[in-house]
Design a protein around this ligand. Sequence first.
Ligand code: MF3
Ligand code: CO
Ligand code: CO
Length: 281
Amino acid sequence: MRPSASKNRRLSKSSDLQGRRVTIYDADDIVRMAEVGRKAAIILDEITPHVVVGVSTAELDRIIDGMMRDLGGVPATLGYKGYPASSCISINHVVNHGIPSERKRLANGDILNIDVTILIDGWHGDSSRMYLCGDKVPSKSRKLVDITYEAMMAGIAAVGPGQPMNAIGRAVETIVRSNRMSVVEDFVGHGVGNVFHDAPMVYHHYVASDTLTMEPGMIFTIEPMINAGKKDVKVLSDGWTAVTRDRSHSAQFEHSVVVTEAGCDILTLSPKGYTRPPYPV
Ligand code: MF3
Ligand code: CO
Ligand code: CO
């Protein structure tokens, strides 16, 4: 790495609720994060035609793993805290961290989240989207997906220099509550860059005490998990798969964003212009 690559990197003045200061990335770092963010988005674009009735989630994971390596990267999740796969694929009532499996085949009407983190030269590109399988997705599930996307984008719109971190959760929660859905509180967004999961924690519900001030050069994810029913989740005995306790469906989208002087830039925008499903065929 060029010696200049980190010369202007520093730490935020204030700390997050855990007492951690936040890395302020410099312009060279942000270029690298934009490159890996774009590659994460390319993978989410290119997996789209493979999301069909009958495909196993293990097969989708193999395709994703191959795309990551073709793009010059590796899956950050593989072996991370013992996680056994190159992506997380979470179907219907699975909230997040669904482990791809040969036995899990997509059915007509399923909604699913595919979450990828590509690691290149130490930089992490982290993003996820929802997909609809087949032509029989119930309108209630489609509504959940739409509201979740809207909630993520409202959270992103709350990002800007001088803003408190809790503006994100406030914006997300406002939309979700007005649609009588619920925000999962057990999982959060996170600082991302040369560390996969870093400060600050990014709450998707309103936390009054979280007044950490956003500064240009902070990079973090916004990745709300929204349940059609109650907010409560539990983790299955595999130690990863989180599901809704009431078996209601859950949806999630994730972008990585950088705070700028003007507001923020999304680092994981789709080159194909895909936002929320249905995606053009
Ligand atoms: N990509 C997930 C996130 O958005 C993290 C997955 S960690 C794993 O933060 F170990 F479950 F893969
Ligand atoms: Co993330
Ligand atoms: Co992710």
